[in-house]
Design a protein around this ligand. Structure first.
Ligand SMILES: *Cc1c(COP(=O)(O)O)cnc(C)c1O
Length: 247
């Protein structure tokens, strides 16, 4: 444990501790309502836009999984926190020219959404000498092959993409991820969106039975995700407070 060095630091630590307790209580209540064991649900704290100092405080408060969505920011913070016992998740849109950097610090990538990324990730992961856990990001507003400006594979492409990951050295097919869509048939109905994601997860597990991670749910809809069967919730603002408006 690191002792808080200033009154500001102590106040921030207390705030994060309180927010974390509230989020953990929400997860436990949602699990109780769904007849699930809370140990089945991993809290991934999304620390984007917040300083490395917060990441250290979170690690000190028992958080073991953190996520970032921008490579530059993530690389810097992961380096500053290299001695903290953390698993780093990358949840942002992935570009081929960022893959090499992302694989330097990320243990889990949630946003693999096209075949073209597979070879790049595989090569980079092999150079790093460790298996990289990959989740396929699904765009549920793209059921019909259109829409979805925010990245994500169409549900129809998931099995083929999954098979490409299974065949790629250095990569492990870990499961699926989604963000509740703002448009299309599931807009405004996160529970239905997450149930659809579970269906896609079951289909993917016919390709690889070990691909059982389901990453779904954020600050506003983690209850719906837990009820549907999510194994990982990605929570930012409910733990860290409101972000500066850049996204
Ligand atoms: C920012 C972000 C989150 C967390 O969102 P909050 O609403 O702050 O909880 C989750 N997933 C992804 C992909 C994100 O970019």
């Amino acid at each position: 444990m690191t002792e808080p060095s200033t009154p500001d630091e102590a106040a921030r630590r207390a705030e994060l501790a309180q927010n974390l307790a509230a989020v953990r209580a929400r997860i436990e209540r949602a699990c109780a309502g769904a007849g699930r064991d809370p140990n089945e649900v991993t809290l991934v704290v999304v620390t984007k836009t917040h300083p490395a100092r917060d990441v250290r405080l979170l690690a000190d408060l028992g958080v073991r999984n953190v996520a970032e969505n921008r490579d530059q920011e993530a690389a810097r913070k992961a380096a500053e926190c290299h001695d903290a016992p953390l698993t780093w998740h990358f949840v942002g849109q992935l570009q081929t020219n960022k893959v090499r950097s992302v694989t330097e610090y990320a243990d889990v990538v949630h946003s693999l959404d096209r075949t073209r990324l597979v070879a790049a990730l595989s090569g980079a992961a092999q150079r790093r000498g460790r298996d990289l856990d990959c989740l396929l990001q699904i765009a549920l507003d793209k059921e019909s092959g259109e829409g979805g400006g925010r990245g994500g594979a169409t549900p129809a492409d998931v099995r083929e993409l999954g098979a490409a990951v299974v065949a790629a050295p250095g990569l492990r097919l870990a499961g699926v991820m989604t963000v509740a869509p703002l448009s299309g048939p599931y807009a405004g109905d996160p529970r239905a969106a997450f149930e659809r994601l579970m269906e896609i997860s079951r289909s993917l597990r016919t390709v690889d039975p070990g691909a059982n991670m389901v990453s779904a749910g954020m600050s506003s809809d983690l209850e719906e995700a837990v009820a549907a069967g999510a194994t990982h919730v990605r929570v930012g603002s409910a733990v860290l407070g409101v972000r500066p408006a850049l996204r």
